[in-house]
Every structure is written in structure tokens, then in C-alpha cells.
Design a protein. Structure first.
Lengths: 91, 460
């Protein structure tokens, strides 16, 4: 993918982000943060490619670290968000 | 099994769409749980499809990493207490930055073949490492492993500037010459790690909501930069969504404290006009009350507003407060909660605590909604909040907190302040609210004071 196409995605996604996030009410700001932590764990896909590359030891170690950290974000982030959101009830 | 690249890219597109729908779900508590599940599904699709990529030749490291990460993540998510949520968010921000950092470093050592990839891997390493170490300092402050007060030394800002300029210069040099230089690369890593520590050290406890939101944004931007390195659309889109999210929260927090982001980051408090003498403000005007007296006033109240602050979390008083509210409601009193945007240590902190205590979310009112109602409120109960109720912010132009939006609790017919002592809040100012004619101080541990009041109310 060329640089301009990447930059286009980046800029458009930021605008979309602003539109989406301003609609999240203050009461859900903590779950929003843990949830966005979870989805920023998308680095997992890059980490998987780096860890499975079969390159030098250094690359494998860095890949392993990236997989571990990204997985903590994904699993921990989604689970704790779910736990919090389940508590928000109206009586 | 291996699949063609374009199928993988389409799967990433689906994942990105599910993330967007997931965040959209967070716009209402009712749809939020489903939104979170949609986003998790998107993540599952992206991960599984990536495993089928032809670049992946060995699975040992991957499987080991997935297991270790999943176990740690699950333990953290299940065991964390709601009062400790700011610490967990700080940790997760740090891990996110760390993952982007490690990923960009791995890409760098695989060999970066273009100008864009070199510059982007530099950016991802820089932002990722700053986020990693900065978040750990924030975690240590929140967990009280180190003191929450600002720490620094003369010339700290200059050192930070030098570190930043060096890092940018080194990345720029490698990009410009097209010559990766491993020594220089590690030097950037070290400088960025140090910068992260030194940026968060001078920031005080009450400014933590801003820092956490900002680090959240950084973790997204780092992921986005890593996406530029790999030419991976899923990372670019998702990273910038998270980056935007953190930026908006940062902005909201700064506005709620009437401080600019630069002021928070450089630990600048507005200049105080003349130092206010706490004795002068309080002397002879403080009315110390008892649980019985407060219960008596509550007996006849028709409308009560509860104002929680960080002290509520410290005292773990959220369940006691809910009991008091239940008791009042059973007597026909209307009870609502007034939540200041920076109450607590992160955006939404109080809401999560009260949700844990099974307070219905439609009773949690934000500042703009609740402020006009204080004049019709019989009793406002302030628990563990201080600066966000200080009328100086509204009245005294020479006050350092002048202009900060506050909860107008002093307009209520009676104000009950539950507090350990008359000690000042983070701003270090006396609070004239405590000395007002309509204010009663209920000194003691927040949780015990509320339990005593509830019992007195039940007996009365």
C-alpha cells in the first residue's frame, strides 16, 4: 500500500473517531478507555507476523514480547470492559 | 492452510467495521455490552486470519506468546477491584505502547526497505516506549508505590527537550540517509524510555485523569505508526480511532479543570494571587455535626443529591452510599448523584464505582445537568470531593482555580460534607464551602459516617 493511501486511511479514521467518541456519554468513559485499549491490541496481528517470521533470535524475542503484550491488552481489555458494562443497569 | 493476501485484507476490513460498530454501541449503556462483543468478534477474525498468512512459518513462539498473554490478561481482568480500575487502565495503556514498540523494533531488525517504513518504525518506537514507561510511572503513582505528589528537579524540562530533539533527530537522520544504524536505534529506545518516565514524574495525583487519557491516545498513535511500518490497514485505522478517542477524553478532562494541556504536562498551577489563610476562612465558622443530626435533616428532605469524589473510592464507601440512598428512597425522597468530569482518578471513575454498587445509571447526572437543580435540593451530601465543589472557582478572580467549572453544591438548602479533616484538596486551597452557614461538617471515615447516618435514619 503506498504512503498516500495509508495517510488517507489515517486521516479519515481520525475524523471518524472524533465523530464516534463525542457520542459516548461521560458515564461510559471508563469502559470506553478499557475497550479502546482492547481494540488497540490489534497490534496483535502485526505481532503474530513478526513472531512467526522465523527470523533471528532478536526478532523472535521482540515478536514474542509483542504477542504477549498485545494479547494481554486484547483478552484483559475485552474481559474487563465486559465486566464493567454488565454492571451498568437501570432499575 | 494459507490464503491469498486480498482475503486477509478483506478480513481486516471486516474487523475494522466491527470495531467501529463496537464503539458506536458504547454510546448507550443499553447497547454497550453488545458493542463490546462485536469488537471482540472483530479481533477474533483479524487474529485467526493472520495466522493463515504465508509469512508465518513457525508457530511455537506464537502459541507460547498467546498462552502467556491470555493467562495474564484474564487474571488481571477477573481479579481487579473497581476502585483499582485506574491502575489497570494505566497498565493496559503501557502494554499497548510496549506491544507497538516491540513490533516496530522487530520490523526494524527484519530490515526496513523504504523511507516511510524507516520514519514510521522510528515514530512507533518513540511513542511506544514513551507510553510504556510513562504508563508504568502513572501506575506506580496510582498504586501508591511511589508518592502521588509531583516530583522533579530544576532543568527537567530542558533535559526532556534534549531527549525529544535527540530522538527526532536520530530518526530523521536514519530516514534521510536511508542507513539504519543499530547503535543509534537503541539510543533512541533509551532516550524515549527515559522521556516517558520524566514526563509523568512531575504530574500530581489530581491531574492523573488527563495523563491516563493522554497515554491512552499515545498507545493508539503508536499502533497506527506500527501500521505504517507494515503497510497494514487494520492497524492504521484502529490505531487512529483509539488515538482520537484518547485525545477527546484528554480535552474533556482539561476543560473540566480549566487548565490547558501544556499546563498539566509541565506541572504548572496558575499563580495564586495572595495566599489564603485557612484559619481565617474557617475560624469560628465550622459547624461539626453528628450522624444523628444529619439523619434528622434527611428525614424531612424531599430531594437529596450525593456528590462523590476520590475519597469515596479511597474509603470504599460506594456500597454504604447506595444503602443510604435506598433507605432515603424507601421514605419517598428523590436521590440523584452529581458527577464532576474529573472526580476520581480517571474519566468515568465514579460512574463505574457506583455502577458496581448497583446504582441505576440514569441517576448519575453530569455537571451541566445537575447544576441548575441544586437550588431545589434540600440536602447535598459531599463525600470525598473537595476542589470540584470550591466556590472560589466561581467567585474569587484571584484564585488559582478561578474559572474551573464546579458543582454548585453551596446552592442547596443544606450541605453535608463528609471528610476526615479540614485538609485542603489537591489545589492546596481552603474551601469556603466548609464555612458557609448552610454547611455541616460530618468528620470521620467516609464509609463509617455514611453507615452511621443510615442506621440513625432507620431508627429515627
Amino acid at each position: 500500500m503506498d504512503f498516500v493511501a495509508q495517510l488517507t486511511l489515517f486521516v479519515l479514521a481520525i475524523f471518524l473517531g472524533f465523530e464516534l467518541i463525542t457520542k459516548v456519554p461521560p458515564t461510559l468513559h471508563t469502559p470506553l478507555m478499557s475497550g479502546s485499549n482492547a481494540i488497540s491490541g490489534i497490534t496483535l496481528v502485526g505481532a503474530l507476523l513478526a513472531a512467526g517470521h522465523g527470523g533471528s533470535t532478536l526478532i523472535s524475542v521482540l515478536g514474542f514480547v509483542a504477542v504477549v503484550l498485545a494479547t494481554i491488552n486484547v483478552i484483559g481489555g475485552f474481559m474487563v470492559t465486559n465486566r464493567m458494562l454488565a454492571m451498568f443497569k437501570r432499575k | 492452510m494459507q490464503i491469498a493476501q486480498h482475503w486477509i485484507d478483506i478480513a481486516y476490513l471486516i474487523a475494522a467495521a466491527l470495531f467501529i460498530l463496537g464503539i458506536k454501541g458504547l454510546s448507550k449503556p443499553k447497547t454497550a455490552v453488545r458493542g463490546n462483543l462485536l469488537a471482540a468478534t472483530g479481533m477474533g477474525i483479524a487474529a485467526v486470519v493472520t495466522l493463515l498468512h504465508h509469512d508465518i512459518v513457525s508457530y511455537e513462539v506464537i502459541i507460547a506468546g498467546l498462552i502467556v498473554g491470555a493467562v495474564i490478561g484474564a487474571i488481571l481482568a477477573i481479579r481487579v477491584q473497581m476502585t483499582s480500575m485506574p491502575q489497570l487502565i494505566a497498565l493496559l495503556n503501557g502494554f499497548g505502547g510496549g506491544a507497538s514498540f516491540a513490533l516496530a523494533a522487530a520490523e526494524y531488525f527484519k530490515g526496513v526497505d523504504s523511507t516511510v517504513a524507516m520514519a514510521a518504525s522510528g515514530a512507533a518506537v518513540l511513542i511506544g516506549a514513551v507510553t510504556l514507561t510513562g504508563s508504568f510511572v502513572a501506575f506506580a503513582k496510582l498504586q501508591e508505590l511511589i508518592g502521588g505528589q509531583p516530583k522533579g528537579f530544576p532543568g527537567m524540562k530542558l533535559v526532556n527537550l534534549v531527549l525529544l530533539v535527540f530522538s527526532l533527530g536520530a530518526i530523521g537522520y536514519m530516514t534521510w540517509t536511508g542507513q539504519p544504524n543499530d547503535t543509534l536505534f537503541w539510543a533512541v529506545v533509551a532516550a524515549a524510555a527515559l522521556l516517558g518516565i520524566m514526563l509523568v514524574m512531575p504530574i500530581g495525583g489530581a491531574d492523573m485523569p488527563v495523563v491516563i487519557a493522554l497515554l491512552n491516545s499515545y498507545s493508539g498513535l503508536a499502533a497506527s505508526a506500527a501500521g505504517f511500518v507494515m503497510g497494514n490497514s487494520a492497524l492504521i485505522i484502529t490505531g487512529s480511532l483509539v488515538g482520537a478517542s484518547g485525545l477527546i477524553l484528554t480535552q474533556i478532562m482539561c476543560k473540566a479543570m480549566n487548565r490547558s494541556l501544556t499546563n498539566v504536562l509541565f506541572g504548572v498551577m496558575a499563580e495564586a494571587g495572595e495566599a489564603m489563610d485557612a484559619d481565617e476562612v474557617y475560624k469560628g465558622k465550622i459547624k461539626s455535626s453528628s450522624a444523628d443530626e444529619v439523619a434528622m435533616i434527611l428525614e424531612t428532605a424531599q430531594r437529596v443529591v450525593i456528590v462523590p469524589g476520590f475519597g469515596l473510592a479511597m474509603a470504599q464507601a460506594q456500597h454504604a452510599v447506595r444503602d443510604l440512598a435506598d433507605t432515603l428512597e424507601a421514605r419517598g425522597t428523590v436521590v440523584e448523584y452529581a458527577i464532576h468530569p474529573v472526580a476520581g482518578r480517571m474519566p468515568g471513575h465514579m460512574n463505574v464505582l457506583l455502577a458496581e454498587a448497583e446504582v441505576s445509571y440514569d441517576k448519575l447526572k453530569d455537571m451541566d445537568t445537575i447544576n441548575p437543580t441544586f437550588e431545589q435540593t434540600d440536602v447535598a451530601i459531599v463525600i470525598g470531593a473537595n476542589d470540584v465543589t470550591n466556590p472560589l472557582a466561581r467567585e474569587d478572580k484571584s484564585s488559582p482555580i478561578y474559572g474551573m467549572p464546579i458543582l454548585n453544591v453551596d446552592k442547596a438548602r443544606t450541605v453535608v460534607v463528609v471528610k476526615r479533616s479540614l485538609s485542603p484538596g489537591f489545589a492546596g486551597l481552603p474551601n469556603p464551602l466548609f464555612a458557609k452557614d448552610n454547611t455541616l461538617m460530618l468528620f470521620g471515615d467516609g464509609k463509617q459516617a455514611i453507615i452511621d447516618t443510615t442506621n440513625a435514619l432507620k431508627e429515627g
